[in-house]
Design a protein around this ligand. Sequence first.
Ligand code: SAM
Length: 298
Amino acid sequence: MQRFREVGLEPDKRRGQNFLIDLNLLEILADAADLSERDVVLEVGTGLGSLTALMAPHAGHVITVEIDKHLQQLAMEVLHPFDNVTLLGQDVLKNKNNLHPTVLETIHSELGKSPDRQLKLAANLPYCVATPIISNLLSTPVTPVSMTVTIQKELADRISGRPNTKDYNALSIWFQCQCRTETLRVLPPSVFWPRPKVDSAIVQIVPDPEMRSRIPDLAFFHSFVRAMFFHRRKFLRSVLLSAMKDRLSKPEADEILTAQQLGPDARAEQLDVDRMLALCEAVRQQVEPQHPPTPCEG
Ligand code: SAM
């Protein structure tokens, strides 16, 4: 806060600039990430470099990404003593569905320096782009072994949402089908400067290779689940037919739904992860080798 005043800067709300001002909480986040020499840490949102400086002494390497030119300058002053920190001054995303290639190349290059190295995401994420960051990281070939992040509590609730609740959606299934997730701490607005309007949470998301191996085609499943929740209140049959237009006939769809014991009034929000996986696999086997369902907003 003081540093901002000294240099005459105002935090930019559009960029999710809410800084954790409670040092204990930054330490809790860094400790939970459980860093060691093996770890290449990706931090999104360097800010003033406070969390970066806490993590760098424990990690093999920290790649920290900051979009704001002014903050990059200020962070460099804090981070220049560390020779294991790479500060990338840019947007972490290329677009909503992809991380920026420079970020991916830097991760590849650092991981390539030793076969022991592994990737971890540890960050107080900018809330405006938290969802694409964590969900796209699960689709890249360099999936992190853990993601320890501060996010909006609402997003944390969606990630761990259960069937038949308002929090349950495509994102819940995308995370629960391949990760173990835990909310470590709920944070009130008062621990940030400036204060956000909503509660936040420190969560830990641990991708589980065994769970991932149950899904024969992760990209197909991702698109399928998003398509099934595109109209969450509509009956599954009509959502399925419109998502699989020209690829699945009505009798084929009915046969699949009956075999899955899904009646005409079934909705996507009623299916737990296992049932959604089974439905997706039945559909995939019917429509393959054609293309995955058209991706939609989810
Ligand atoms: N790590 C610092 C901390 O804990 O105090 C800052 C965290 S602050 C919540 C989020 C930071 O992410 C801001 O500094 C913001 O400028 C940066 N940011 C926002 N959107 C970004 C993007 N698309 N790519 C990279 N950095 C971004």
